[in-house]
Ligand binder design. Structure first.
Ligand code: GLC
Length: 545
């Protein structure tokens, strides 16, 4: 294949070209009025999702959890936390989604349990060397009386990655102390998670998003590291806790479990691994089906960087026969409508606080819509994060006392953290809490601008971000862009220009208008002002037929 012509994956599995919508349950819609979103809220808004034209939803964790890390600390993998509803609510939501042709992916959190998980309670209650402790990463400390942590690893959320138990041993937690790491070299853990997979597959789920997929296996000797532990880096971190070769055995085992359920179930890896070649190992034919393409997400608003990232992803995935994914926002990062409005639109802040540079809202939104139109034109599948279809910005002035992300507290406020992208969705502009739930309560305060961006202010309104997403997703489907072949026309430092399935895609990153080629029909523009006198305006994108 010529270097100018690139395809995504072969094969016809549903995920290859799907548009997948991430629901962060606590922030999507509140059915019972306690201020926290829930599964009833999801069920009640499936019409909205169907109308958006997506193929699948991915639900962040709703399992039993003390919520030390918003549910990514699971105390019971086989039940729903009362905060989010019941298993019956889940089943009803799943059935209704399926009856609309929507697939449903759930989150699986295998790197760590909650410290409230019965296994961890049993581990703390049992002596060093016990069977119960062998499920986790307990070690003796260093120093004369073991008073020093076993090594120098730091938690991704800040502070040491070790906490000392009452009897003096230490346990490892790459994240919060409430998230003890499991010992994946223990066969009992391997069996248990296969069983958890089967529990949800039996209920009918279509796949799993695998949390921290690159972290399960640690270097045997747990050596000190000199590198950074930071997860949300986008960098090529191969410290002794990440991306160890043996981790792939686990995914081969899971692949076999999914095969028992026919060929239609999938696994998508959350693996902050680079270079792309290392990431592509997670999606070899006998492992997972997809991995999030965080390289694309972290590049920012930058034409050469995006070209490099797109080519790299398509090439390395094709080499292993896998599908490429594209993503611009999720529950861990600053929303792209805000990142792209910063003075440096390639910057990667770990949250934005009131004291930080405030993004330009209109500029950020123009670029976000253009970037989304670019994403929807790429072969492969696209993941969108709830609210990006409304053009929601990050909440950049959240009062400190409302912040709940453990990263904020554990870094002593150095990192504003991830709450700003997790603010409850506005459904109705004139209701308390912008219609998030029946009482107006919201677990995080919403910024005023959410009023004008509420669903009811955009539904049916020409050129709203919501209608733009609906038409881009529909036209993407009509032209088969997700399963097409990308052929570059030009890529400069201010422009990307390619063809896919008869659609010409042009994105303007510069400050000058770009004259469009004659004789082609305008199919979709990133907004109503994108094309003026036959020229594509700065910070805009267009699809031509
Ligand atoms: C993943 C999740 C993130 C969570 C972390 C620990 O990165 O996306 O939200 O905090 O894992 O489970």
């Amino acid at each position: 294949m010529s270097p100018e012509t690139r395809t995504s994956s072969t094969g016809s599995s549903w995920w290859n070209d799907a548009v997948i919508y991430q629901i962060y349950p606590r922030s999507f819609a509140d059915g019972n009025g306690d201020g926290v979103g829930d599964l009833v809220g999801v069920y009640e808004h499936l019409d909205y999702l169907e109308k958006l034209g997506i193929d699948a939803i991915w639900l962040s964790p709703f399992y039993v959890s003390p919520q030390a890390d918003a549910g990514y600390d699971v105390a019971d993998y086989r039940d729903v936390d009362p905060l989010f509803g019941t298993l019956e609510d889940f089943d009803r939501m799943l059935d209704s989604a399926h009856s609309r042709g929507l697939k449903v992916i759930v989150d699986l959190v295998p790197n760590h349990t909650s410290s409230e998980h019965e296994w961890f309670r049993a581990a703390l209650a049992s002596p060093p060397g016990s069977h119960e402790r062998a499920r986790y990463m307990f070690r003796d400390g260093k120093g004369a009386s073991g008073e020093l942590a076993p090594n120098n690893w730091e938690s991704v959320f800040g502070g040491p990655a070790w906490t000392r138990a009452a009897d003096g041993q230490w346990y490892l937690h790459l994240f919060d102390p409430g998230q003890p790491d499991l010992n994946w070299r223990n066969a009992e853990i391997v069996d248990e998670f296969k069983d958890i997979l089967r529990f949800w597959l039996d209920r009918g789920v279509d796949g799993f998003r695998v949390d921290v997929a690159h972290g399960l296996i640690k270097h045997d000797e747990l050596p000190d590291t000199t590198g950074t532990m930071a997860l949300i880096e986008g960098g090529g971190n191969r410290g002794p806790m990440w991306d160890q070769d043996d981790v792939h055995d686990i995914y081969r085992g899971w692949n076999s479990v999914l095969t028992e359920y026919g060929g239609d179930r999938m696994l998508v890896a959350e693996a902050w691994v680079s270079p792309a070649e290392r990431l592509s190992r997670y999606v070899r034919p006998d492992e997972m089906q997809q991995a999030f393409n965080f390289d694309f997400m972290t590049v920012g608003w930058d034409a050469p960087g995006l070209r490099r990232s797109i080519d790299g992803a398509l090439e390395t995935n094709a080499a292993v026969g896998a599908t490429t994914t594209w993503v611009l926002s999720n529950h861990d990062v600053v929303r792209h409508a805000s990142r792209f409005g910063l003075e440096d639109p390639t910057s990667w802040p770990k949250g934005i606080g009131a004291e930080d540079e405030q993004p330009l809202v209109a500029l950020g939104l123009n670029r976000a819509r253009a970037a989304s139109l670019l994403m929807f034109a790429l072969p492969g599948s696209a993941y969108i994060f709830e609210g990006e279809e409304l053009g929601l910005p990050e909440h950049t002035t959240l009062p400190d006392e409302t912040r709940q992300d453990p990263a904020f507290a554990r870094t002593g406020g150095d990192e504003a953290g991830r709450d700003g992208c997790r603010v409850p969705i506005p459904w109705q502009s004139d209701k308390p809490g912008f219609g998030f739930g029946p009482t107006g309560k919201t677990w995080l305060p919403q910024p005023e601008i959410f009023g004008e961006l509420a669903v009811d202010r955009q539904d049916g309104v020409l050129d709203s971000t919501l209608e733009f997403y609906r038409s881009a997703i529909a036209v993407r489907g009509e032209h088969g862009l997700g399963s097409g072949i990308l052929k570059w026309h030009a890529a400069t430092h201010v422009m990307l220009d390619f063809e896919n399935s008869g659609v010409r895609v042009i994105v303007n990153f510069g400050v000058q208008p770009i004259p469009l080629p004659d004789g082609r029909e305008v199919l979709v523009t990133s907004d109503a002002d994108a094309v003026v006198d036959g020229a594509l305006q700065p910070n805009r994108a267009v699809w031509l037929g």
